[in-house]
Design a protein around this ligand. Structure first.
Ligand SMILES: *Cc1c(COP(=O)(O)O)cnc(C)c1O
Length: 567
């Protein structure tokens, strides 16, 4: 184990006091280290740390083969491809390695560093953990290949590399970390590894069965849980877990911390973190119901405004809110923009999205008709198909008040239901043609997302409450003058002011949501677009100033810094 004086890290080793661990981080579109919202949030967090000079280091997996390159065939079937990228083009290997014993074999983990520099010159190191090393068994070299790839065993190996390997690397490199932020349960083993460092000794225990000092670890760990969906919480069978973990920790001790039935990573993180939060007010309440007995707070997610504002919008912001990149709360002034200029900036972004859709799909969309966008991970609770519940009714609405749809989203390679959803969306689109022009753009990633959220007039979101933890795409749309039309769940429940910042799809019975959507679309949204452009633009400005100034990652990180990190 050689720590040396690794290049690329400069003085940050001494300075960093907070380590943020995430299975995925969206740093750059060319670095395929992310799958979706969780990674984009982690990336926005890192960009904000660079903006605000926060003393943070980030850890993730190298994910050489990426998550998924999505191809859609003529029948609307998603075809999965690996999505490789070249680590050496974007990161520098560090002269250090640590071993994690997995299934009885030592697996060596080497970090690479990508340095994110803020506008003021502050550098945030992002460590990418890599097991593709000659010394490792060929099977172990693959652990850091495919993000969320392989079976349950592979997932646990990846989590061991991230959590246990990550903790040991930070120590080997000489970081003096005071706070470990576990972004989702994937990194929970870091807390267990910390625990191994603190034998109970004479300390009075909260639970006298434990051989280690839980309170010490709890003072160091912050845990953010991101989903109320059961399947989103990793659980591993104890026989598999003990085979992989070996003598890492006694079974009874793990069971006390992570549940008797399965090694439940959410439970493990909850037991070992002194600050736990959900990612929107409503999600905090849901998480408290799901995990009684824990103090769970909420810090609402936000987006990195400098990343998600279209350049045409950014130019306007520079005029009315000159400090907006560092302090997006200044965007409260966006309501001072002139109608003509905000409309023109949005039309510029819309024209780009339309040109992109034509290039990728051949579908010709019109700039003078409203464009409704939605892009989500293709899983059941997100209910992408809701708008297609009654094709005849939708067709009548579109004939009466013409509008258009753009959609995108990936299904996890093993999610057959998600793939079937993509296929049936394509079928519905074909059936509605030519009354409702619609384009499905494959390969949803950060770049495509930027075009989507800046070019859509209306951002549609129809999750099944209360399963949307936060959602952030709608925030990105609002920052670009898009109006949200969404079910009241996640962040939207906090930002929604009817007819001002956007519109709600309401009703206590989710079965009635399709009806509510058709009603709102045909009686409120489309008529406003066609008959009262002045009021529409007024709403764009209200959405921008009220949402842009509040739902940003600067605001979010100031809360994490003061409430979670400075406990
Ligand atoms: C913002 C973003 C997300 C998050 O989307 P939600 O559906 O709002 O959770 C996912 N993927 C990409 C590529 C994004 O840019």
């Amino acid at each position: 184990m050689a720590a040396g004086q690794p290049g690329g890290l400069d003085g940050s080793i001494l300075r960093c006091r907070i380590a943020y661990l995430s299975m995925e981080i969206a740093i750059q579109p060319e670095m395929h280290t992310y799958a979706g919202g969780l990674g984009v949030l982690a990336g926005d967090t890192a960009r904000t740390a660079a903006d605000l000079d926060l003393p943070m280091v980030f850890l993730t997996l190298a994910s050489h083969e990426g998550y998924l390159r999505q191809e859609i065939d003529d029948a609307g079937q998603q075809i999965d491809h690996p999505d490789p990228w070249t680590l050496a083009d974007w990161a520098t290997p560090l002269d250090a390695a640590v071993a994690v014993r997995i299934e009885g074999r030592p697996v060596w983990v080497r970090p690479w560093v990508h340095v994110l520099a803020g506008p003021g010159g502050h550098k945030v190191p992002i460590l990418l953990l890599d097991t593709r090393l000659q010394v490792n068994d060929p099977a172990d070299q693959m652990i850091t290949d495919r993000l969320y790839g392989g079976d349950e065993t592979m997932r646990l190996k990846q989590e061991m590399v991230l959590g246990i390997g990550g903790e040991r690397l930070l120590a080997a490199l000489g970081f003096a970390i005071e706070t470990f932020h576990l972004n989702e349960g994937h990194a929970a083993l870091l807390a267990a590894e910390r625990l191994r460092r603190y034998p109970a000794g004479s300390v009075v225990q909260s639970s006298d069965c434990l051989r280690h000092d839980v309170e010490q670890v709890r003072s160091e760990c912050v845990f953010t849980t991101h989903t109320p969906v059961e399947a989103g919480h990793d659980r591993f069978r104890y026989d598999t877990s003990m085979r992989l973990l070996g003598n890492f920790m006694e079974l009874y001790e793990l069971q006390l911390l992570a549940g008797t039935e399965n090694l439940n990573m959410t439970r493990l993180a909850l037991s070992l973190s002194g600050f736990v939060n959900g990612v929107a007010r409503a999600h905090g309440a849901t998480a408290r119901r799901m995990f009684p007995g824990y103090r769970i707070r909420d810090i609402t997610n936000g987006i990195h405004a400098g990343t998600w504002a279209h350049p045409a919008m950014a130019r306007l912001f520079d005029e009315v809110a000159p400090g907006w990149r560092h302090a997006p709360e200044e965007l409260v002034n966006a309501d001072q923009l002139s109608d003509g200029r905000i409309w023109k900036a949005h039309q510029e972004a819309k024209a780009e999205l339309i040109a992109y859709a034509a290039e990728k799909t051949g579908v010709l969309l019109r700039a003078d008709l409203p464009l409704v966008g939605y892009a989500r991970r293709m899983t059941g609770y997100k209910r992408l198909e809701l708008i297609f519940s009654d094709l005849q009714r939708l067709r009548m609405i579109a004939r009466d008040q013409p509008f258009q749809l753009v959609m995108a989203g990936k299904a996890h390679p093993r999610d057959t239901a998600g793939k079937e959803l993509i296929r049936s969306l394509h079928e519905n689109m074909r059936m509605l043609s030519p009354d409702l022009p619609a384009a499905f753009l494959g390969g949803y990633d950060m770049e495509v997302a930027k075009r989507f959220v800046s070019g859509a007039d209306v951002w549609l979101n129809t999750p099944l409450p209360p399963l949307e933890a936060s959602g952030t795409s709608g925030m990105k749309a609002a920052l670009n003058g898009g109006l949200n039309l969404s079910v009241l769940d996640g962040w939207w429940a906090e930002a929604w002011v009817e007819g001002v910042t956007g519109w709600a799809i309401t009703g206590d019975d989710p079965a009635g949501h399709a009806d509510a959507l058709y009603e709102k679309l045909s009686r409120t949204v489309l008529p406003l677009y066609f008959d009262n452009r002045e009021r529409w633009i007024w709403m764009m400005k209200e959405a921008l100033s009220k949402i842009g100034s509040r739902f940003n990652s600067q605001q979010m990180m100031r809360r994490y810094a003061s409430e979670a990190y400075l406990r």
